[in-house]
Design a binder for this molecule. Sequence first.
Ligand code: ADP
Ligand code: 5GP
Length: 202
Amino acid sequence: MLFVVTGPSGCGKSTILAQLVKDVRSISFSVSHTTRPRRPSEAEGRQYYFVSETEFKRMIKKDMFLEWAEVHGHCYGTSKREIAARVKEGDVILDVDVQGARSIRTLRKDATFVFVLPPRAADLRKRLLDRGEDDNASIRRRLNNAKREIREASSFDYVIVNERLNRAVLELEAVVLAARCRAESQAAKIRAVLRSFPAAKK
Ligand code: ADP
Ligand code: 5GP
């Protein structure tokens, strides 16, 4: 199954997802490609694959992305290869912007879409400042984009307000576990249980 998480920069998506993949079995994080410079706390292949603009353009030309978008002045994309490799191991969770979520919705109607909200604008600003990994111009650009992004929240399947981190993590975990229990996801299990019954006597 595919889970797509969106929300304005700094609302806490990466923090929530990092905890979720530790807590929940058989789900992994899809690592995107980006032309954004690596932050001091980030490692190649962990949060992102960091590539040059030339390399990113080559990947677009070769149709290697499921979706890609320009966000806050840099390019970000989900490679088809990344998703194909991870779905073999279990469920996959993506952190993409609103445009990416929109593209995936047209391609994968089966995916579950979640929007993460900050409690208030002031909290978002404080989180971006406290994270201390983007320069002032970049923080301004992220805050300016946040309102436009949040206007789309109501079109998602689920909305989580990240006020208390532990609660937000539990809510996202609940979404994943509930999606796994949907009847259409349980067809193989239903058949297996039925097979465990003895054949009816004539
Ligand atoms: P995003 O991935 O959405 O850009 P991050 O996960 O990087 O956001 O979080 C931005 C900052 O906010 C980080 O410094 C993180 O530790 C902090 N943060 C995340 N969730 C909360 C929360 N519920 N309360 C306070 N700070 C938070
Ligand atoms: P950041 O630079 O803060 O890591 O991410 C900036 C924005 O890019 C976030 O909104 C994040 O969700 C989005 N993003 C990350 N990876 C992808 C991707 O592969 N595709 C798209 N469309 N957006 C992405």
